[in-house]
Design a protein around this ligand. Structure first.
Ligand code: NAP
Length: 314
């Protein structure tokens, strides 16, 4: 199969086209023929990109671990999917990713793709929506009526967090650039803070129940005084991985694949309750641009997607 993998040149973010053997599914696994792949640019610096699961240095990683596509082959005991079925999902960060014609994954990391959106949009959903879902419900213990402060409300995780919190009856306060205000408001934000012009701690006048930090830097620690006693701060920012501050360790989590949650997310999309935002679409042979940010005409919100198959549609 054709893949895009990290070059061993030492040049950060340099991707080269290569050919790898087609993956074969073990029991419990499936191989997906990739149509489109979602991009998390910071992934190139993450531990599983540079190390294998045993801790040894890893070279030549195939990035992108969320995708849409069709089932190409099934492990012997996988009965809940059929060959050719349209799916979306994630795969393990230590495995070769989805910048590839074929991608091996656990069947439990997939769900049937939403039927009301195309493959490009479907590929933009899994990591952003699952991270928002798990951050709000599993780590933030969201309840209707909660006041939720979301840092980075127009980002590929943040725009799902705004919508899911709003759908669950929260009062949503989001930070964003003014160019994204109208959009984030449409998605369900009740209050918007321009992080360029205002310190959010000055704008948030009453305590909040949940802080959801997608930004990093000092944002989490500056947010903690705004929290009601006994409530929750979560952070996903990549610069927090490995941070030893106990307050950060307590708040940081990494998204996990989850079939039932993906199915609930697909149902929300298909009933028009949840939208996904695509920032831009990059052709497979130019995938490197998705990681270096050198993309013309970006929307400025949501996810960058690589069209792995020429048949990929929005
Ligand atoms: N732990 C996990 O499981 C996990 C999962 C997914 C992603 N991540 C990490 O989470 C982070 C965010 O990912 P993403 O894909 O959502 O990124 P993204 O799509 O690039 O969005 C980031 C958003 O942050 C906003 N922003 C930038 N600086 C800000 C500031 N100082 N204050 C408030 N907002 C600010 C931007 O808003 P404007 O455009 O409105 O200016 C942008 O929309 C990355 O570090 C990524 O690696 C972690």
């Amino acid at each position: 199969m054709k893949v895009m993998r990290l070059a061993d040149s030492g040049n950060p973010g340099h991707l080269v086209e290569a050919t790898l053997p087609d993956p074969q599914p073990a029991p419990g696994q499936v191989v997906v023929r990739i149509v489109a792949a979602g991009v998390t640019p910071t992934e190139l610096e993450w531990y599983p990109t540079t190390h294998d699961a045993s801790g040894a240095p890893r070279t030549g990683a195939v990035p992108s671990h969320e995708f849409s596509g069709t089932i190409a082959s099934l492990g012997s005991d996988v009965h809940d999917f059929t060959l050719g079925q349209s799916v979306f999902g994630m795969n393990d960060w230590f495995s070769p990713g989805a910048l590839a014609e074929l991608c091996l994954t656990e069947a439990s990391s997939l769900a049937p793709a939403p039927i009301t959106i195309g493959a490009i949009e479907a590929a933009s959903v899994p990591i952003g929506a699952l991270t928002a879902w798990q951050g709000l419900f599993e780590h933030g213990h969201l309840h209707p009526g909660d006041r939720v402060l979301i840092h980075g409300g127009a980002g590929s995780v943040g725009h799902f967090a705004v919508q899911i919190a709003h759908l669950h009856g929260a009062h949503v306060i989001a930070t964003a650039s003014p160019s994204n205000f109208a959009l984030v408001q449409q998605l369900g934000a009740d209050e918007l803070i321009d992080y360029h012009a205002t310190r959010f701690e000055d704008a948030v006048t009453e305590p909040v129940d949940i802080v959801f930090d997608t930004v990093g830097g000092d944002v989490l620690l500056r947010s903690l005084p705004l929290l009601k006693p006994g409530r929750f701060a979560v952070t996903i920012a990549s610069d927090k991985e490995g941070n030893q501050d106990p307050r950060v360790q307590h708040a940081f989590f990494i998204v996990k694949p989850h079939q039932r949650q993906l199915m609930e997310i697909a149902a929300l999309i298909d009933t028009g309750k949840l939208r996904t935002l695509v920032d831009s679409v990059v052709p497979f042979n130019e995938a490197e641009k998705a990681y270096t940010g050198k993309i013309p005409n970006r929307a400025g919100h949501g996810k960058i997607v690589v069209a792995v198959s020429p048949a990929a549609t929005v």
